[in-house]
Write a protein that binds this ligand. Structure first.
Ligand code: FAD
Length: 309
């Protein structure tokens, strides 16, 4: 233990009259610490044609050598007992127990900060997740860069006949090409946007003429509990493919930092199957689902298939 401060006397404590210096005790770690990002400024994965997800910071950034950032979850959970001499496998069991039983607050002790570039129509879906802290590129303050999302021909999907919100298999090439040509037309608005801002139209107005395929950027910080919630919704097959690829990339970036929590997340959340009481009853009795709702029937069929029934 070292005395970090200053010219304060050792008796000076917080709560002393204003203006008096307060002493700060800097406590040395018990052993060497390592950076969870191995000293990197950022870990980046390209996404779509002009986008990316970069992990730019983590809390905890420094962890005891030989541990992972999962240890911050364990540390928080054990605050009432003290760390003691728990073994690594006991830590693993605790993290898995916490996740299984939705003891969520220890997972909020780990935070991730990302820098992301994505099309505006994806940002609109993303921003619905209210539990993150966001700071976005200002198109009032700056001219927006000339970057538009243009899918490849085979990635242009036909409107799903079963899911009004979704697209499933690809559409015929000619129609896909027509759609790309429509996107190209909308991108041509950019040169007029530039021209009119140069003539003095305020950037905050001029941007209204640009399409939602335009890329925006933000810093996005979220704790692990809420990030798992985000990922469970946006890595799911019901999420739009263009946001799913971002969620998948984010998961790849965090996995090596919290491997124990990630494994538990995959086993208990992401790849688990939630059963309603009607489904449990159907399974128990061997009778059909006691609901005449068509969508519920379909969902039960899908779950049965996943369960190998
Ligand atoms: C496949 C899919 C389709 C969707 N379709 C549509 C759509 O058609 N139209 C549409 O508008 N949205 C749509 N959404 C968005 C969806 O309804 C949610 O807004 C979004 O997924 C964010 O979820 P959330 O509120 O749970 O997350 P977050 O905002 O991250 O919140 C996490 C949790 O915190 C709690 N919380 C956060 N803020 C509050 C608060 N103010 N009050 C109380 N509790 C709070 C809630 O428990 C919440 O579940 C869709 C989402 C998905 C994944």
């Amino acid at each position: 233990m070292t005395e970090a401060s200053t010219n304060a006397s050792s008796e000076t404590v917080a709560g002393a009259p204003r203006g008096e210096a307060v002493s700060i005790r800097a406590v040395e770690p018990e052993g060497p610490l390592v950076d969870v990002m191995n000293g990197s400024a950022r870990w980046e994965i390209p996404v779509l044609d002009h986008g990316f997800v970069a992990l730019v910071d983590v809390m905890p950034r420094l962890i005891p050598e030989g541990k992972t950032a999962d240890s911050a979850i364990v540390q928080a959970a054990r605050v009432s007992y003290g760390e003691g001499t728990k073994k690594v496998n006991e830590d693993r069991g605790l993290v898995r127990y916490l996740l299984r039983h939705r003891h969520t607050t220890p997972f909020e002790m780990v935070e991730f900060k990302f820098h992301v570039a994505m099309p505006i129509f994806i940002a609109r879906q993303w921003i619905r997740h209210r539990t993150a802290n966001v700071n976005e590129y200002s198109a009032r303050y700056s001219i927006v860069p000339d970057r538009f999302y243009r899918p490849s021909v085979d990635n242009i999907r036909r409107q799903s006949s079963t899911n009004r919100q979704g697209g499933d298999e690809s559409i015929e090439v000619k129609t896909a090409e027509d759609f790309i040509s429509l996107l190209e037309d909308s991108e041509k608005l950019y040169s007029r946007y530039l021209e009119l801002t140069e003539k003095g139209v305020a950037r905050e107005m001029a941007r209204a003429a640009l399409p939602v395929s335009l890329y925006t950027e933000w810093y996005w910080k979220c704790d692990l509990h809420n990030l798992f919630h985000f990922l469970s919704l946006r890595m799911d097959s019901h999420a739009q493919q263009e946001i799913r690829v971002y969620a998948d990339a984010m998961y790849e970036l965090i996995k090596p930092i919290i491997p124990v929590s990630a494994e538990a997340f995959e086993q208990y959340r992401l790849n688990g199957v939630f059963l309603t009481s009607l489904e449990v009853e159907s399974l128990r009795s061997g009778k059909p689902l006691a609901s005449d709702n068509k969508r519920e029937q379909t969902e039960w069929e899908q779950k049965r298939a996943r369960l190998g029934l």
